[in-house]
Structure formats: structure tokens, C-alpha cells
Design a binder for this molecule. Sequence first.
Ligand code: HEM
Length: 499
Amino acid sequence: MASWTAWLMTVLVGLTTLVLVSWVLDIIKRWRMPPGPFFWPIIGNLFLFGGQFYLTFLELGKKYGDVFSLKLGMRDVVVLNSLEVIREALVKKGNDFAGRTHTATGDLLSEGRKNIAQGDYTPTWKLQRKLFTGAIRAYASGHALEDHVQGALNDVIAEFSSMEGRPVDVEDHIFKLVCNVSCSASFGYRYQMEDPDFQNLMKISRDFFEVGSQGTLADLYPSLSFLPTPTKTTLTNMFAEFVDYFKRQLDQHMQTFDPDNLRDITDHFIKLQKEAEEEGDEDIKSLTDTHIRQTVADILAAALDTMMQAMRWSVLLLAAHPEVQEKLAAELDSVVDRDRQPVLADRASLPYMDATINEILRFGIVAPTAIPHATTVDTTLRGYEIPAGTWIMPNLWNVVRDPEIWGDPDSFRPERFLDDDGKVLSKPSALMPFSAGRRACPGEPMARADVFLLLGGLVQKFKFRLPEGEGPPDLTPDPKGGGLFSIAFPYKVVMTHRK
Ligand code: HEM
């Protein structure tokens, strides 16, 4: 018994010493890093955080300035909290800040960081992203995108018509709309609401959002990765279904690929990959089937939640601002005949629509801390040292809500993007919903084209208003979005056909 107690004591003393030594080493390391709040051993600064990281960053920034350090569990984190410092790091020192964090959840969901969103900044990743960007650009500039969006839009217009005049929560319909826009972009496939495959995809995607956006304990404490926690088991099972889904879609595309009939982004990607092979590009050999499957998965994984939340914000913000809606409708009527839907060629003639989309993306910024970056090398910022592998969190929220930049950032006011003649001002660098630098969203051209066609088609057909008798809507983000997403609270709208 005595020897058992002695053994336990030795282990406890050993562990405590280990924790204290690593804490002291962390404090010494912090000496040259950006300043930050006091952190405890093991938990670091976790005690400071509720759900919405970006709001806590805003408060901390008031005390520690534009760039500050935190300890989240065992992770060193540097927060970039202003437009200038974000540009200095992500743009001017782009290569140094272009890495991604290594976490148990990220590794699992990307089959070992083989997608674009989690991939390390390597020559293979650069090629993968180049092909992806090329495929998106080719797809977004052709008629396929318009045809796909309009097909998905017509289904939802029919559904909305049947719900005219009563208060409805449109979330499921928006999800289906966005899912069909993204699925047809990825695989040329559009679902009906009752399709079991669609119901399954909706369930997997929602579960992913809930579980994946919170991450697991092992993300902050890597030494716990071996533990079979319930969240890890749920993620692993969900992910197996996800991989199987993408494998089937990709196999089918490979078998039916026809270079003269490019149906969607997957086809464009396969074409660019084959061309790189023919040109003898050395890096192409390192792009495995898993990379390609993960690239295709990127389209859905990156597009679904962002587009869904952007469209939820859009409908809410328009319903809450009838005056903006009326201006949009009047502009649309002056350019687009009612017997056709808006097309991309109309964009240049619809400046108020352009300004409104900018304002929706600013006000309802869906990814307020981007996807956490990591430093690729030991580097410096504003004279502070930042070791390789430090997590970097750009607080985009603070940029799009900075009163010094925008004057009245909490007002929804598309006019801020127009000059006195009603023309769209050139895009201010502080409009950062897609982030900046090497890892900026490569889907931006497609996202903007989709939002334009969807909003244009909906506003042309319907008037959206908030149900009578309810007070003004809460336009602050719902804490359910967690640390990584800013999402609108649940809401209902009443739709009526535009006369
Ligand atoms: C309104 C819609 C969207 C918004 C607001 C948005 C925003 C963002 C943001 C903020 C990031 C993180 C950038 C960073 O870490 O610095 C990102 C990354 C990414 N987005 Fe989007 N996105 C949208 C739609 C899309 C779409 C439609 C696609 C694909 C078709 C897409 C594909 C990606 C990919 C692949 C990444 C990872 C990029 C990388 O790691 O290099 N996104 N997006």
C-alpha cells in the first residue's frame, strides 16, 4: 500500500513539475511575442472566451492593441485585430502567414490535410489551389452557372409562391436552394426536397456544422488525440458517409468525362489536371486521388454553410429594410424585363444591387475570423517575434465593423458603396468578407455571381416583410454560430408577389 501511494505521489509530483516547467517556458517564449493577457497553466486563456471569439477579440483589442497573443489550451495564438495589421501579415508577409493549423478535427475532415482549406502551404497545395481557382473561374464565366442557379431558383420560387401571405421560416428552403446551387456546380446534380439522398446530405451537413464548428478537445490539447471521445466517434462516422458520397460522385465523373462537354466544376478540374499532366508538370504527380476527391469536397464544404448563412442574412436584412428592397426592385425593373430573370450580363447596369450585396457581405460577414491560419516559418510582426506553427486569427469582424473606417458600421446602408452619381465606388480594402492574401477565398467570383442571381431573381418576384406585430428584429449574430460563424437568429418572413 505504502509503495502504491509513493508511486502515485511520484507521478503527481512529476506531472506537476512538467506542467509548471512548460508554463514557465511558455511565459519566457511570450516575452518576445505580441503582448496579451495573463494565462494559466493547462487552460491558458480559455476562461476568457464565451462562444463568439470575434467579440472577445474586440474587447481584448481595446487593452492590448492591434496584435496580441493568447494561449488557447496548449496552442499559441496571435490575433490580428485591425485592417492594417491584417494586411501587413496576410498580404505583405503572405508566405509567412499562409499556413493552416494542424488539429485532430481538421486532419480527420481533410483526410490528412489533403483539401485546399486545410492543406499546408506546399508546392502540391499551390498547384491544387491553382487548378481549383482556374476551374471555378471557367465555370463561373460560362452559362452553366446561370443555368444551374436559375434551375434551383425556379424550384424555390414555386415553393415560396405556395406559402404566400403567411409568416414562414425559410431556412430549410434556403438550405435546399444553396445546396442545389452548390451540388449542381460540383456535380451537375439538383435534388428534390423529398429525395432521400438530399435529406441525408442535409443531415450530414447540419451535424457537421454543429460538431465540426466546435472542434474537439484534442484540437487544443494534441496529446489527447488518442482518446475515443463521443464527438470524435460521431465525426468519424459522419465523415465516412461524406467520403463515400464524394467517391461515388467523382468515380462517375471520371467515367463519363467528355472534354467537349464540361458540365460543372469537377469536369473543369479534371480537364485542367489532364492538361497539366500532358504538359509534364512535375508537381502534378503528387496530387493523389484523395487530393482530387478532397478538392471536389471543398466546393461543397466551403460553399454550403457560407452561402447558406449569406442568403439567410440577405433575406432578413431586406425584410428589415423595405426601403432598400424597393430601390432594388425599381432598379431591376428599369433594366430587366419581368418576363426573364436577371443574368450576369445585367450586373454592370445594376449598381444599387452591387452595393447591396457588398453591404450584406459586410454587415452579415459569415466567417468573422476567416479560417485560422498558422505561421509557416519563424517570423516577425510589428517588431514582435512569432514562432513557426503559431495559430493566427485575423479578426475580420473588427475590420468590417470599425467605426473609424465606416462611420456608422452598425447601420445597414448600401449607399455607403455608391458615389454621388449612384455609381459603385471601387471596392474598399476594408471590405474583407473573403479575407485577404494567399488563403483568401478562391470561391469569391462564384459566390458573388450566385448571390447576385439568387437575390435578383427573388426580389424581382417577391416582396419580403417581417410579420406584423413583432418588434424590430435582432440583427446581432446568434451565439449558436460559435467562434467561427456569424449567423442570423432564426426568423420568419411574409412573402407576397410583386405586382
Ligand atoms: C458568401 C460566400 C462565401 C464567403 C463569405 C466565403 C468566405 C471565406 C473565407 C473568409 C475564407 C477563409 C480565408 C482565410 O482563411 O483567410 C474562405 C476560404 C475558402 N473558401 Fe470561401 N466563402 C464563400 C463562398 C465560397 C464558395 C462558393 C466556395 C467554392 C466554390 C468557397 C471556397 C473556399 C475555399 C476552398 C477556401 C479555403 C481557401 C484556402 O485555404 O486557401 N467559398 N472563404
